[in-house]
Design a protein around this ligand. Structure first.
Ligand code: AR6
Length: 171
């Protein structure tokens, strides 16, 4: 895990389900009933109890976030958020930023001290990686600056080298 020049922000190259942190974020879909990509990996690693708890949540709107336990994961909690399907509209940027902000607000409410984010919307949902990573980094930094009393650690979990190198450059 790479420590960046920003206090409490780290970049990791690898599988988010293997991370030893208190909470991992899932790039889910509005049903919250599982899917491919990181969502599929998280459900496989957490086991069927995760899906059972997700069924009780009745979905999630784009940009919003909901929390469950982590079950068989090392992480105690999973925060499920739904990124925008990239369309090129101005709302994409706002909704993607809301995913990060709402996840961090929820983490704060649960007194979570470490949280890992995948690069939300940059897989199946088609958000251009460089734009999405810039929004992710800026939103997290801004949230930390507006919550100076909260010393939560944020890890950007990168599944491939391209994403990892991009976050490295941004930080
Ligand atoms: N650990 C960390 N990052 C991962 C992992 C992993 N194990 N697996 C994939 N990624 P995506 P989206 C990265 O498609 O674009 C699902 O079907 C991946 O390389 O998982 O928000 C949901 O159910 C990419 O950088 O999520 C939704 O229907 C990033 O995670 C839809 O996909 C996000 O890719 C959501 O699409």
């Amino acid at each position: 895990m790479l420590e960046t020049s920003r206090k409490n922000i780290y970049i990791d190259l690898g599988d988010i389900t293997k991370l030893d942190c208190q909470c991992i974020v899932n790039a889910a879909n509005k049903s919250l009933l599982g899917g491919g990509g990181v969502d599929g990996a998280i459900h496989r690693a957490a086991g069927p109890k995760l899906l059972a708890e997700c069924r009780t949540l009745h979905g999630c709107r784009t940009g919003e976030a909901k929390i469950t336990k982590g079950y068989n994961l090392k992480a105690e909690y999973v925060i499920h958020t739904v990124g925008p399907v990239y369309s090129g509209a101005e709302s994409d940027r706002r909704l993607l930023a809301e995913c990060y902000r709402n996840s961090l607000d929820l983490a704060r409410e649960y007194h979570i001290h470490s949280i890992a984010f995948p690069a939300i919307s940059t897989g199946v949902y088609g958000y251009p990686l460089s734009e999405a990573a810039t929004i992710a980094a800026a939103t997290v930094i801004e949230w930390m600056e507006t919550h100076p009393d909260d010393d939560i650690s944020v890890i950007f979990s990168c599944f491939d080298k391209r994403t990892y190198e991009l976050y490295q450059k941004l930080m």
